[in-house]
Design a protein. Sequence first.
Length: 253
Amino acid sequence: MGEAILETVGLTKQFGGFTAVDDVSLELRGGDVTAIIGPNGAGKTTLFDLLSGRIDPTSGEIRFEGTRLDGLDPSAVPRHGIARSFQLTNVFPGLSTFENVRLAAQRRHTDLRPGAFLSHYRTLEAAETDARAVLDRTGLSAVASEAAASLSHGRQRHLDIAVALAADPDLLLLDEPTAGMSPEETKETTDLVADVGDEVTVAIIEHDMDVVADLADRVAVMHRGRVQAVGTPDEVRDDESVQEIYLTGGAVA
Ligand SMILES: Nc1ncnc2c1ncn2[C@@H]1O[C@H](COP(=O)(O)OP(=O)(O)OP(=O)(O)O)[C@@H](O)[C@H]1O
Ligand SMILES: [Mg+2]
């Protein structure tokens, strides 16, 4: 459990008159796996959209490793070390597993070396080496040459994680990586995230409380745009205001 790697101060996002993320001040500690839980519509994905620079906050601040991220161009955020997976799988279906990951790794190498087009082949080689390592780490080496579209749902979600990892992030944001998975796939994904979480700081949006209890060092509970409670999985489970949210606040799969 380290220092805060990411900190939000009064982070707020309004869509028209509706406040989807409401005055959120939250710390993610370096080295932790932090789970973000809460009913449907609580603002979890919108929070990730803000942290990853996909959308701009209406007000408030985001500080990542000491740097202000709010107001930066979205394309600059990955270079600062934040990568994310999406609630819906976001891979190129016609490309192979390997090509998807290599592309992500290549983007990183290219980003790090602006104007280094003369060393294109070395960059490609470095990207291929990185891609192979990432496939190995995510258990996808056996399907490296298969088209992403032909993979099982579970493997497509793992590929999504692999693509995010290929950017070599300091912080990985995972939006419901176990959604729609069989119990076996969920177990594999939990193991994968635990493994990744040993090396990278992770924030994971997750509805399955068994997965949360297995993985999370800390849990933040969102409700109607606000962070209602933060604590260990046990603390949060015993929190009466949290129990009330889940009894009254909406369906949780
Ligand atoms: N671009 C948008 N324009 C208008 N409203 C939006 C937009 N994006 C999200 N919202 C609204 O903001 C609220 C929070 O949505 P969000 O997707 O962040 O919830 P969530 O906690 O991720 O829910 P789920 O568990 O269903 O994924 C919802 O009421 C949603 O309809
Ligand atoms: Mg969501």
